[in-house]
Design a protein around this ligand. Structure first.
Ligand code: RP5
Ligand code: MG
Ligand code: MG
Length: 280
């Protein structure tokens, strides 16, 4: 299992620098390496407390989670395998993060998301564009700019209660990259039709732990990233990109290993570069 970096040695996102993670050097990430000084702050954002989409406090008497199981309609299974429980708290499978609690995440343990990756070939005068260094065709994917961090990212989102991943992939793309929630009823019908054309035959390119800056010792992001490649570009050519919901920008981005993206989203794209043999 990979190590994590983006959820260590930083201030917790959205706290104006008030919640600072306890320092965790590389050799102290693993729970098995002794770190007797380890004394991280506890933080659960008020934005998750009392929310229907979120868990209750771990000490609440009514809260009786079945860890590592599908617990009623909440999936508490981790893609990384069975996670440990310590004093009633699930432990991050990638190790220490320097923060106890849930932060801004709704679930204790895994928080499941889905990331759609919509791609096309870069073209000039209707011909594929090849990179001058690698001599490989350049792939473009749809990226959104996140409102919370300002970073560019895949237009992913949380899997809602009872929702299947294939639905989350389409819904989040429509909300964040096409502003579905801001559209008229008429446009909504049109957008949904167009999306059905693009979101066929998805190829799963990643399934697992996300190195997300919101992760804590007891709550973390996991995702399924799925590729929807439009080889001829006819279907995605129709899409009208418009940032919406928790996105403030949207654009087609040329794939390249030097891109700076949110969390470990670049890792998912690296897998795509191998599959489509494009410039990387
Ligand atoms: C990331 O958080 C996942 O890979 C996904 O892109 C995203 C889901 O969270 P929200 O966009 O709903 O905040 O780690
Ligand atoms: Mg969303
Ligand atoms: Mg999102």
């Amino acid at each position: 299992i990979m190590c994590h970096y983006k959820c260590r040695n930083s201030a917790y996102p959205g706290t104006d620098g008030k919640i600072v993670r306890f320092h965790v050097p590389d050799d102290k990430v693993n729970w098995h390496s002794l770190y007797s000084m380890y004394n991280p702050p506890i933080f659960t954002s008020t934005s998750v407390i009392g929310q229907l989409w979120a868990d209750q406090d771990i000490y609440a008497l009514e809260f009786k989670p079945n860890w590592n199981c599908v617990d009623g309609n909440v999936n508490r299974i981790s893609f990384t395998g069975k996670y440990n429980i310590q004093n009633g708290f699930p432990l991050n499978p990638c190790g220490r993060t320097g923060l106890i609690g849930r932060g801004v995440l709704g679930r204790w343990g895994p928080n499941h998301a889905a990331d759609p990756i919509v791609t096309r070939w870069k073209k000039y005068e209707n011909k594929q564009v090849f990179h001058t260094m690698s001599n490989k065709p350049i792939l473009q994917f749809v990226a959104i700019q996140r409102k919370d961090s300002g970073e560019w990212a895949l237009p992913g989102g949380m899997v809602d209660i009872g929702e299947v991943v294939s639905t989350t992939l389409k819904r989040e793309f429509m909300e964040e990259a096409m502003d579905l929630l801001g559209k008229s009823e008429e446009d909504t019908i049109k957008i949904k039709k167009e999306i059905e054309e693009v979101f066929t035959e998805g190829i799963e390119v990643f399934r697992g732990y996300v190195d997300d800056p919101r992760n804590t010792d007891n709550a973390w992001m996991e995702t399924v990233a799925t590729l929807f490649h439009d080889d001829k570009g006819v279907h995605v050519g129709m899409l009208k990109l418009h940032a919406g919901d928790d996105a403030v920008g949207v654009k087609w981005v040329d794939l390249d290993r030097k891109l700076n993206l949110y969390a470990n989203h670049l890792l998912f794209l690296e897998n795509i570069a191998k599959i489509l043999k494009c410039h990387w």
